[in-house]
Design a protein around this ligand. Structure first.
Ligand code: UD1
Length: 422
């Protein structure tokens, strides 16, 4: 079965749209439940494919879970296995998060090497190096990372790049290591801070969250907790751009943590979008007739997020002049540009920079999602384009957006979901 979205564009979008819990905060939080056996309640976990997949992996380890009204209950009392099945892990790169959680909780793990991914090489060398510095003996056997450790011992780890999931993995393992671990050049993303706060609630001693260096004093034991997942800043950014696409749009984005989106919000304002506060966690988006071209360079947080890059490309096709977007995190994240060009966009990619010439009206066309964010961005392009756009491979989008189509329909979008036999 192949799913596709058929979009009739240029319908004015009006109303309120609510941001769900963050996928990238939920995935490490689910893994962290392996650090202390017991019952956890995770509120606001989005019902998206990556989350279901992660929970299935948890089940294969011996955990149980149940979705209640607004939380998911996870019981890790009976977890015995440390073997992550390839069939489930190969579907998501974030399965690497089981490495730190299992090594921390069980001192052993068998985790498939995550495969390559459309947006770049995405190696896991920092994860491997850090875990072995903590005392894990890691071998690569038949495509699996096989780890065992007599004991984990705190140490100083310097990351060559502030990798999000490497920082998360090392924090999880270090919480149950003997002595102090210092992680230098650590990631500062809100999702990393969130995981750190969850671990602290579980009894870990962590300092320096959101700074360059994180200090962790290992504990003998942690305890289960109830937590609430933070709102998804990338989903929020997606809907801010959505609101900005057409002059007729009147969109209010709710449940948005503005402090997590400072750089993208500044960029939107520079482009000429007005964002009006309507209550504590809500913004009304309005665009004027003319949009300004800008330069954007993606960077680790608090820089401009790579995950929002494709959405700004779509918006900048409508700016008066030439914009530049430089992708500094993943080397292959402009594949969607070739799809967008089929819709009439004038974009050239030179090395790591997309040069976007605007304004160009977009025309409906068949296009395919090349990854999660690019897929959602093509849907936005379709909503702004004349006539009909068909987006193929939408399974990518459903990995990370909760009720995407339903939310867009509630604003007045014209989208039909179809499944092809293939
Ligand atoms: C996380 C996010 C993803 C986001 C990305 C960057 C999750 C589940 N995913 O991915 O949505 O796009 O952060 O904000 O939270 N690198 C290495 N070796 C390593 C690890 C990373 O060279 O061992 C490189 C990567 O190839 C990339 C850069 O470091 O160029 C940053 O990647 P990283 O922060 O690790 O991204 P993820 O954690 O995979």
């Amino acid at each position: 079965m192949e799913r596709k979205y058929i979009i009739k564009g240029r319908k004015p979008l009006k109303g309120e749209i609510e941001v769900s819990g963050a996928k990238n905060a939920s995935l490490p939080a689910i893994c962290a439940t392996l650090l202390a056996p017991g019952l956890y309640k995770l509120k606001n976990v989005p019902k998206v494919r990556d989350v279901f997949n992660m929970l299935k992996i948890m089940e294969s380890l011996g955990a149980t879970y149940e979705f209640k009204k607004d939380y998911v209950e996870i019981n890790t009392e009976k977890v015995e296995s440390v073997f992550i099945p390839y069939e489930l892990a190969s579907q998501m790169r974030a399965s690497i998060l089981f490495l730190g959680a299992l090594v921390g909780g069980f001192k052993s793990a068998i985790v498939p090497m995550p495969g390559g991914c459309a947006i770049g090489k995405r190696p896991v060398d920092f994860h491997i190096k850090g875990i072995s510095q903590l005392g894990g003996n890691i071998q690569l056997e038949k495509g699996n990372l096989v780890v065992s450790a007599k004991k984990l011992k705190g140490t100083q780890i310097v990351l060559d790049f502030p990798s999000v999931t490497a920082t998360e993995n090392l924090m999880m393992a270090a919480c149950l290591a003997e002595g102090e671990t210092i992680i230098k050049n650590s990631a500062k993303e809100p999702e990393v801070i969130f995981l750190g706060e969850m671990l602290k609630k579980m009894g870990a001693e962590i300092k320096g969250l959101g700074e360059d260096t994180i200090y962790i004093k290992g504990k003998k034991k942690l305890k289960p907790v109830n937590i609430e997942i933070i709102p998804d800043r990338i989903e929020a950014g997606t809907y801010l751009v959505l609101g900005a696409l057409m002059e007729e749009n009147e969109v209010v984005v709710k449940n948005i943590k503005k402090e997590h989106l400072k750089t993208p919000i500044l960029k939107l304002e520079e482009i000429g979008i007005t964002l009006e506060d309507v209550g504590k966690d809500a913004l009304r988006v309005k665009r004027g007739r003319i949009l300004n071209p800008v330069k954007i360079i993606t960077a680790p947080y608090p820089g401009f997020p790579t995950d929002l890059q494709p959405f700004f490309t779509i918006l900048l096709t409508q700016a008066e002049g030439i914009s530049f977007i430089t992708e500094n995190i993943f080397e292959n994240r402009f594949l969607y540009v070739y799809e967008l060009k089929r819709m009439g966009a004038e974009i050239e990619v030179e090395n790591r920079t997309a040069i976007i010439k605007g304004p160009t009206p977009l025309m409906g066309s068949p296009v395919k999602a090349t990854d999660l964010r690019a897929g959602a961005a093509l849907v936005l392009a379709g909503l702004m384009a004349e006539n009909t756009t068909t987006v193929y491979n939408v399974e990518f989008i459903e990995r990370g957006y909760e009720n995407f189509v339903e939310k867009l329909l509630s604003l007045g979008a014209d989208i039909k979901v179809e499944e092809d036999e293939s």
